[in-house]
Design a binder for this molecule. Structure first.
Ligand SMILES: [Zn+2]
Length: 316
């Protein structure tokens, strides 16, 4: 893409992309082995399985290990009953508005969710302790143009609106999420997305920076895998990240608070509550340790993990 040639980290990015291409190659090789063996006896299959597993394990060894940092860029008072199905309507908490910086080898910086900044939203929500998401990542010495990828969990304003603050990033969204909400001209098909964010999505697409995530359990970046089924919106996604401490899971609004897990109840705002609850059960199986789950808006994220700066914790 043209934006790479202007990036001071272009060399490192090219090496990273070459590694990704090798990764895609081995993925294709595994699929070919699977296709070639579909008609063979189980004994023959076993022999080939071993070599296929060999690819898998060497791939796992090579998967980069990331450092994961949750950053609170604002807080907003919110009714718990709008987060947890069946909660007492009198309960209220200051929810954390969160972006997650995923720092990888070779200077690769991936952002999970992009926050919000447009004046309409600032006026409507009046966030407290607000820091614009691009300034929030600057705490790490990361400039907006240093973000290589932005993974968007879903198209709601508080997760997607800031995507255009990062001018050189690929922006990853599920295909079904895009097609359900925005038409080919950037018009709104479903009011879960605002008109200005639908236009922004179209602008990012026109600039060649929209990266399509295609469905469930897809490793879109080496060591970073996206999953569907959370059904907060039509095709919201959550991700796992390979770290030195094991597999970390970033749930976003597919699990708003730790209370969802503790009480085994779905989120209040879901297009499919049964699917949401099943996704939460699956999340617990995907992580190395249940404590490595980062929920979408729980202020407890910032007390459960070690603080590295005010409003910033390292997920470990
Ligand atoms: Zn949210």
């Amino acid at each position: 893409m043209t934006f790479e040639s202007e990036n001071p980290n272009a060399e490192a990015l090219r090496a990273q992309r070459a590694a990704e291409n090798r990764h895609v190659f081995w993925g294709a090789a595994r699929r070919l082995v699977a296709r070639a063996t579909s008609g063979m006896s189980s004994a023959a299959l076993c022999v080939l399985c071993v070599s296929a597993l060999g690819f898998g394990s060497s791939g796992a060894q090579q998967a980069p290990k990331y450092e994961v940092y949750a950053i609170r860029y604002a807080q907003i008072p919110f009714k718990v009953s709008n987060l947890i199905e069946g909660a007492d309507p009198a309960r209220s908490i200051d929810i954390a508005m969160i972006v997650v910086l995923i720092k990888g080898p070779n200077g690769r910086n991936v952002l999970f969710d992009a926050g919000f900044y447009r004046p309409q939203l600032m006026n409507q929500w009046k966030p407290q302790a607000y820091i614009r998401p691009d300034s929030a990542v600057a705490k790490f010495g990361v400039r907006p143009e240093d973000i290589s990828d932005v993974i968007i969990s879903h198209i709601h304003w508080d997760h997607f609106d800031g995507a255009d603050l990062f001018p050189k990033a690929k922006v990853w969204i599920q295909r079904d999420e895009i097609e359900h909400h925005v038409d080919s001209a950037g018009g709104v098909l479903n009011r879960a997305i605002t008109a200005y964010d639908a236009k922004m999505l179209n602008d990012i697409r026109a600039a060649g920076r929209l990266a399509i995530a295609e469905g469930d359990a897809k490793e879109i970046i080496p060591g970073i895998t996206v999953y569907t089924g959370g059904k907060h919106t039509f095709q919201s996604q959550y991700v796992t990240v390979n770290t030195a401490e094991g597999t970390v899971l970033l749930a976003s609004d597919n699990a708003y608070l730790y209370e969802n897990f503790d009480k085994h109840v779905p989120i209040s705002q879901s297009v499919d509550k049964a699917s949401n609850l099943a996704a939460q059960d699956r999340m617990l199986k995907l992580v190395s340790n249940p404590r490595l789950i980062v929920t979408g808006h729980d202020p407890a994220v910032f007390t459960r993990f070690p603080e590295v700066a005010p409003g910033v914790v390292r997920i470990k």
